[in-house]
Design a protein around this ligand. Sequence first.
Ligand code: RIB
Length: 300
Amino acid sequence: MKVLVFGSLNIDYVYKVDHFARPGETLSSREMNRFCGGKGLNQSVAFGRSGAETYHAGAVGIHDWDMLTGRLKEAGVRTELIRKKEGPSGHAIIQTTPEGENSIILYRGANGRITREDVDFVLSHFQKGDILALQNEINQLPYIMERAKSLGMKIVMNPSPVDEEILKLPLASADYLILNEVEGEAISKVSSREEEGMLTELMRLFPDTRIVLTLGKNGSLYGYRNKICRQAACQAKAVDTTAAGDTFTGFFMGSIIRGKSEEEALEIASAAAAIAVGREGASSSIPDLKEVEAYGREKL
Ligand code: RIB
C-alpha cells in the first residue's frame, strides 16, 4: 500500500520573539532560522520516518528545489511527482515565543499553481487501496478528492488551516478526518470546550469517516461507529510547537498502515508529537520510528 501526500512545500522563516507582534508594533527578533516546512512536506516526512512507502506530490519554485526535495529524500520520501514551477515557492513567516507557541503567515506561491493536468499525472501512479493525505495549503483540492475517490484511494483529510473553502469540500467522502479543536469547532459548530460533544457531532455529520481529534495538552480522541477512545498527551516541554500536528498525522496513519490498533496508533502519534515539540523547526523536529519507540519505552 502506497501513501501519496499531495500537499504544500514551504520555506519557513522562523523568528524568535518575546511575544507576538502587536498591531502597530515594530518588533526585533532574537534569532531567525530558515527551515523546510509546509504541512504537506512535514506530513510526508512524518509518514516516511514512521516507515510508510511515501510519495510527495506538489509544486515548488526552481530555486528551492534542492533544499525542499532534499529534506524529503532524507526521510525516504519519493519526490519524482513534484513539479517545478516558475516564480517563488510557498513560504511561511513564523513567530515563536519562549513558551513555544507560534503564529504563522502563509504565502502560497507555487503551492497555488497546481493544474488539473498535474493532478491527472500524479494520480495515474496510484490505485485502489492506496492512501492519499491532504491538507488545505494547495489549490485543486476538490478535483484531487473527486479523482482519488473514483480511483478507490483512501482519503486522509487534515483540514488545516481551516477556512471557508475547506467547509465546501466533500469532507464526508474522507476515510479519516484528523483535526484539532479549532478545526473541529469550525466544522462541527460545537465549542472546543466540549471535546466529547464535538467528537460526537463530527461522528454524526460524517458517519462513514474515522475521526481523530487532537486536543493539545488534553491528548486526543478517536471515534468511529460505536467505538470511542481517548489517549492522554505525552508531557513535553514545548520549545517549538510548529509541525506537532503534522507529526501526529503522519505517525498515526503510519501506525495504522503497520497494522496497529487505533489505541496504539494514538499512543505512538502522541509520543512522536511530544518529541517534535521539544525541538526547533518544522520538518527538522520530526523524529524517526526508532526514536519514538525508545521514547515510548521510557515514558509511556
Ligand atoms: O504545520 C506547520 C506548517 O504550517 C509550517 O511548516 C508552515 O510552513 C505552515 O505550512
